[in-house]
Ligand binder design. Structure first.
Ligand SMILES: [Zn+2]
Length: 156
């Protein structure tokens, strides 16, 4: 389970970093506005906060979908997003086919199954008796189900 939780923690770190970026930039804009006396500093701060979030929409989409190329999308969004076309590109990229999520799903499905060491048929990981050859299956080793692909078992 710890293995599966790790990427989630990393994601929230990137998200926190993006939020800090938005807040710092909008505070700077607000301060600059108040110094130069242009309009209401608080209103400008609010507007820059909202537009900052809007600007980073492709990054948030990529992170929330746990996209395979989320780091590249975040970089493209921050560095080139102001040119509009790369911003649209980053948003479309963030919405494209997500291999990371598909792989994780496939691994989770595979973790629920194992191969019978006697008849080589796929059975449920929790099964104690093979439904194909009716032989008793060795108990599943702890952590074996978390490995990618089908868990390997030695005949006892
Ligand atoms: Zn069997």
């Amino acid at each position: 389970m710890n293995e599966l939780n790790k990427p989630v923690v990393q994601d929230s770190k990137i998200e926190l970093w993006l939020w800090s970026l938005i807040v710092i930039v909008s505070i700077c804009v607000g301060l600059m506005a108040s110094r130069s006396g242009v309009g209401n500093a608080l209103m400008i701060w609010c507007i820059s906060l909202i537009s900052g979030f809007f600007y980073l929409t492709p990054s948030f989409v990529a992170i929330s979908r746990n996209h395979t190329n989320k780091n590249a999308i975040v970089a493209l969004n921050i560095l080139l997003g102001w040119m509009l076309l790369p911003w649209i590109g980053a948003l479309i990229w963030a919405l494209t086919r997500n291999r990371a999520a598909e792989l994780m799903e496939a691994q989770q499905t595979a973790a629920l199954e194992r191969v019978c060491p006697f008849c080589a048929e796929t059975v449920k990981a929790a099964a104690l008796i093979c439904k194909h050859c009716q032989r008793e299956l060795p108990p599943l080793k702890h952590g074996a189900a978390q490995q990618p692909g089908v868990a390997r078992l030695e005949p006892s």
